[in-house]
Design a binder for this molecule. Structure first.
Ligand SMILES: Nc1ncnc2c1ncn2[C@@H]1O[C@H](COP(=O)(O)OP(=O)(O)OP(=O)(O)O)[C@@H](O)[C@H]1O
Length: 788
C-alpha cells in the first residue's frame, strides 16, 4: 500500500502540467465546507491563514470582517408592512429583505441570545415605527401643500364670486396652532369615509374660562359642580361660548324674523365635551325666555285638546341608553336654574305591551312623574310649597316631590330617540299599518290576503302625548347616525312635524333618500362635487334653533348639510377626526390558538399592571374596567361564556339583550357601579397591597381576582354602545377584538376611553404573522393616520 501515494504524486504532477487551472482551485474538502455554511472564524483562520513561507518570500495576511459588516444576504420574509400603492392581494406577497431583519429561529432563542433577540426585535419595531411616522409626516405635508393650493384657488374664485365665499365664512375652528383639517395625516386614505374638506384659519379670542357672563350665575355654579371648580372649556365648548350665547341680531331688531333661528354643527373628537357645548346655551336660553315672558302655553295642560306635555326643547339621540345618560347629565346642570327634563324611553312607555295596566303606565305624564320622582327632584321644600299652593294633600315626601314638580313646572326638555318622539307626538300606533304592510310585503303575504284581507284590519292611533308647537330648540346628537339611511327618515319626519306644528311647513317626502340622485350621492360621498347635490335638494329652514353634533362627519353628511342647510355654521375642534390626544394605541397579536384565551390573558395583564401601579404609588388596589367590542352578537355571547368559565364576571350587551327591552339603563349601571363596589372591595383588600401584588405576580393573576369574579369589570358589546356613551372615568381600556367595519366605527369605539383628558388605552387585536397579516398592516396604517 505504501507505493500508492508515490503513484498519486506522479499522476498529479503529470496532470498539473497538462491542466494548470485545475490546480488553482482550493482543496475539494474546503470547497465542500464552504457550501455547508459560513465557516467559523477559527476554521477560517486554520484553513485560510497563509502558511509560513519557507522560501523566505513576502507573506500574505488574513483579515476577517466582523459579522455585522458581512454583506447582507437576501432571504424571503413575509412583509407585514403594506407597500404604498399596491392592492391588498399583492401586499401579502413575499418580498426580499436583508437577513438581518429576519426574526431569530427557535434554536437561536435560548438564554442571553433570546434577550438579545428580543432587544433587536424591539429596535427593529422602533425603526419601523419611525419610518412609518416619517412616511405619514411626508404624506401630511404633501396634503397640506395641496390643500393650500386649493385654498388659494378657492380664494381666487371667491374674489370673483361673492356667493361662493358664504359657506366658508360659516366655519370656525378652535385652535391656537394650525387648524387645517384637510391636511391631516389621514390624507387621501380616509377621504371616502370622513370629510376633511374644512380648511380655515383658526378662530381667535376664544374664552378660556367658564364665566358669568356669558353664563348665568346658577348655570355657572352647576357647571363647576358637575365638572370641577377649576374646569376650563374644551375647544368646542370655547367655540360654543363664543357663538351660541350671542343673541340673534334679527331678534334685537324686529323680534320675529326668520333669522331669529340659528343652525350650528358642533364637530369635535370623542369625549371632548360636546354635550355641555350644546346644553349650556340651550338651557340658558330656555331659562331666559321663561324669566322674560309670561308662562308658556305648555302650562295649560288642563286644556283637553292640548297634549299633556309641550316641551320647549328636544334632544335626539340614537339609543335609549344615550338618551337616558344625556337626560341625567342635563338634570345635573339644573340644580340651580330649575328646568324640567324628561327622558322618553321604553322604560317609561313600553311600546309592546297592549294590556290595560301597562297602557295606563305608559302615559307621558306618568313617564314624567316616574322620571322626576325617581331621578330628578332635588328641591322637596319647593315642591311641597307648590303642592300646598295647589291644594293637594300629599301623603309622603316622594308624593310631595312628584305633585310639586308636576304642578309647578311644565316639561322644558325632552330627550329621546326620533322613533320614540314620533310615537309620543303622533300617538302610539301611528305607523303600525305602514309597518305591517312593509312586513307583509317582505314576507310576500300581500297577494295571499288580497284587497279584502288588507281592509279587514283596523288600525287606531292613540292620542298624542307630546305637543310640538312650543319647540324652540332641537339638538341632533350623533348627527351622522341620525342622518344615516336607517334613521334619516324618522329624524327628518320629526323635524318636519315640529316645523308644521310651529306653522312653517317644510317639504318632506317619506321614502326619499337623503341625497336623491344616486350619481350625486356618489360624487358627494367622495367629497368631489358638493355643488351638484345642492341643485337636487331644496334648502330647508326650520323655525327653531337647530344644533347638530358629531365626532365624525362622513362626506355624505357634509354633502347633505351643504345642500339642505347652506346657512349652517360649523364649529369644529382642531382634533376632529382624530383619536383623543391622551389615548394610546396598542396592538396585540393573536397567538394562533384560542382567541378567547388571548383576550383573557390580556385582561389579566391589564389588571396585573393596575395592581403593580397601585402598589408602587401606595394606593388602594383599583382594577380598570374594560370595554370589549366585537362585531357579532354570537361572538359577544361566546366570549362572555368563556370568561365566566375562567372566573371573570362580565356584562354582555347586544341589541336584543333582555335588559335593553326594559328601556332603563340598569344593565349599564351594573357595570358602572363597579367603581363603588370595587372601591369597597378594594378598601377591604387594601390593607395588604404588597401581599396582593406578590400573589398576583406569583400566580400571574390580578391582585384582587376575587373582585373580577364577583363584580363585572368587563363589558362585551357590539357597536351598539360605541356612540356617545360616557364611561369616564371608569373605563380606561377598550379592546377591539374584531376589525371595525370602517374608521368611523373605530373612532367611536376607541373614543369610549381617553375621555375628558383622562389617560386611555385602546388595544387592537389582529393577526401579526401568517396569512391575513397584511390586512393587519393596513389597519395599523389607517389607525396611525387618525392618531392625534
Ligand atoms: N371642560 C371640561 N373639563 C373637564 N371635563 C369635561 C369638560 N367638559 C366635559 N367634560 C367631561 O367630559 C366627558 C365627556 O363629555 P361628553 O360626553 O359631552 O363628550 P362628547 O364630546 O359628547 O363625546 P362623544 O363624541 O363620545 O359623544 C364627560 O364626563 C364630561 O363630564
Amino acid at each position: 500500500m505504501a507505493y500508492l501515494p508515490a503513484c498519486r504524486n506522479i499522476l498529479l504532477k503529470q496532470t498539473e502540467e497538462k491542466v494548470p487551472a485545475l490546480f488553482a482551485l482550493p482543496d475539494r474538502r474546503f470547497v465542500h465546507k464552504q457550501t455547508q455554511g459560513t465557516p467559523s472564524r477559527k476554521r477560517l483562520a486554520r484553513t485560510l491563514e497563509p502558511k509560513s513561507n519557507k522560501r523566505g518570500g513576502p507573506s500574505g495576511r488574513l483579515e476577517v470582517a466582523p459579522r455585522t459588516q458581512d454583506p447582507p444576504r437576501a432571504s424571503f420574509v413575509r412583509d407585514t408592512v403594506p407597500h404604498e400603492g399596491r392592492d391588498a392581494v399583492s401586499q401579502s406577497r413575499y418580498r426580499t429583505e436583508p437577513l438581518g431583519t429576519r426574526p431569530p429561529s427557535r434554536a437561536e432563542r435560548s438564554g442571553t441570545q433570546r434577550a438579545l433577540a428580543a432587544q433587536a426585535h424591539t429596535e427593529r419595531e422602533e425603526r419601523r415605527e419611525e419610518r412609518r411616522a416619517r412616511e405619514l409626516k411626508e404624506l401630511r405635508e404633501a396634503q397640506r401643500a395641496k390643500e393650500k393650493e386649493r385654498e388659494k384657488e378657492r380664494g381666487r374664485v371667491r374674489r370673483g364670486d361673492g356667493a361662493a365665499g358664504a359657506s366658508a365664512s360659516n366655519i370656525a375652528v378652535a385652535s391656537g396652532s394650525g387648524a387645517d383639517l384637510s391636511g391631516t395625516r389621514a390624507g387621501q386614505m380616509l377621504q371616502d369615509e370622513l370629510d376633511f374638506s374644512t380648511s380655515v384659519p383658526a378662530a381667535r379670542d376664544l374664552p378660556r374660562d367658564f364665566t358669568s357672563p356669558p353664563l348665568m350665575e346658577g348655570l355657572l355654579e352647576s357647571v363647576k359642580e358637575a365638572l370641577t371648580a377649576d374646569a376650563r372649556p374644551t375647544p368646542i365648548q370655547a367655540l360654543s361660548l363664543k357663538h351660541l350665547f350671542k343673541a340673534p341680531k334679527a331678534v334685537q331688531a324686529d323680534g320675529q324674523s326668520q333669522d331669529q333661528w340659528r343652525q350650528y354643527l358642533l364637530a369635535s373628537e370623542t369625549g371632548s365635551g360636546k354635550s355641555i357645548a350644546y346644553l349650556l346655551p340651550m338651557l340658558q336660553d330656555l331659562k331666559r325666555a321663561e324669566l322674560a315672558g309670561p308662562a308658556s302655553p305648555s302650562s295649560s295642560s288642563a286644556d283637553d285638546d292640548q297634549p299633556p306635555m309641550n316641551p320647549r326643547a328636544i334632544v335626539l339621540a340614537p339609543t335609549h341608553e344615550l338618551s337616558r345618560q344625556l337626560a341625567v347629565f342635563a338634570k345635573s346642570l339644573l340644580h340651580n336654574i330649575k328646568l324640567r327634563v324628561v327622558c322618553a324611553s321604553r322604560a317609561n312607555t313600553p311600546s309592546s305591551a297592549p294590556t290595560r295596566a301597562l297602557s295606563r303606565h305608559r302615559s307621558a305624564s306618568k313617564m314624567a312623574r316616574d322620571f322626576d320622582g325617581v331621578v330628578f327632584d332635588s328641591d322637596p321644600a319647593a315642591a311641597a310649597a307648590a303642592a300646598a299652593a295647589a291644594g293637594a294633600a300629599p301623603e309622603s315626601e316622594a308624593e310631595v316631590r312628584r305633585q310639586g314638580s308636576q304642578q309647578a313646572r311644565p316639561v322644558d326638555v325632552f330627550v329621546g330617540t326620533p322613533a320614540k318622539m314620533l310615537e309620543l307626538s303622533r300617538g302610539r300606533g301611528w305607523n303600525w299599518e305602514e309597518r305591517d304592510q312593509k312586513k307583509r310585503a317582505e314576507r310576500g303575504l300581500v297577494e295571499e290576503d288580497g284587497e279584502e284581507g288588507a281592509t279587514q284590519r283596523k288600525y287606531y292611533a292613540e292620542k298624542p302625548e307630546v305637543g310640538l308647537k312650543n319647540v324652540e330648540w332641537v339638538v341632533v346628537d350623533e348627527a351622522d347616525v341620525l342622518f344615516d339611511p336607517d334613521f334619516q327618515e324618522s329624524t327628518r319626519r320629526l323635524l318636519a312635524d315640529i316645523s308644521a306644528a310651529r306653522g312653517v311647513p317644510v317639504s318632506f317626502t317619506p321614502g326619499q333618500p337623503l341625497l336623491p340622485d344616486p350619481n350625486t350621492n356618489a360624487h358627494a360621498a367622495k367629497g368631489k362635487d358638493n355643488s351638484s347635490s345642492s341643485t337636487s335638494l331644496e334648502p330647508v329652514s326650520y323655525p327653531f334653533n337647530f344644533v347638530l353634533t358629531s365626532a365624525t362627519i362622513p362626506a355624505s353628511l357634509a354633502a347633505y348639510l351643504d345642500a339642505a342647510h347652506p346657512a349652517l355654521t360649523r364649529l369644529a375642534s382642531p382634533n376632529l377626526h382624530h383619536l383623543p390626544r391622551n389615548l394610546r394605541t396598542e396592538y396585540a397579536g393573536w397567538t394562533g390558538g384560542n382567541k378567547n384565551a388571548d383576550i383573557e390573558r390580556r385582561l389579566r395583564r391589564v389588571w396585573s399592571e393596575d395592581a403593580l401601579a397601585c402598589y408602587k404609588k401606595q394606593h388602594q388596589v383599583h382594577l380598570s374596567k374594560v370595554l370589549v367590542f366585537c362585531n357579532k352578537r354570537s361572538r359577544v355571547q361566546e366570549l362572555a361564556e368563556y370568561l365566566e368559565e375562567k372566573g371573570i364576571k362580565s356584562v354582555a350587551l347586544t341589541g336584543v339583550a333582555d335588559g335593553r327591552r326594559l328601556g332603563n339603563n340598569h344593565h349599564l349601571d351594573g357595570f358602572m357601579r363597579v367603581k363603588q363596589a370595587s372601591a369597597q372591595d378594594d378598601a377591604a383588600s387594601s390593607s395588604a397591597p404588597a401581599a396582593a401584588v406578590a400573589a398576583s405576580e406569583a400566580s400571574s393573576t390580578p391582585a384582587s381576582s376575587a373582585d373580577v369574579k364577583v363584580t363585572p369589570h368587563v363589558m362585551i358589546t357590539t357597536s351598539l354602545l360605541s356612540r356617545g356613551l360616557d364611561f369616564a372615568p371608569d373605563v380606561r381600556h377598550v379592546f377591539i377584538v374584531d376589525e371595525p367595519r370602517n374608521m368611523i366605527d373605530f373612532l367611536h369605539r376607541a373614543g369610549r376611553s381617553g375621555r375628558a383628558g383622562e389617560a386611555g388605552r385602546v388595544v387592537i387585536f389582529n393577526k401579526t404573522q401568517g396569512r391575513g397579516s397584511g390586512r393587519a398592516g393596513q389597519v395599523r396604517k389607517r389607525v396611525g393616520a387618525v392618531a392625534a
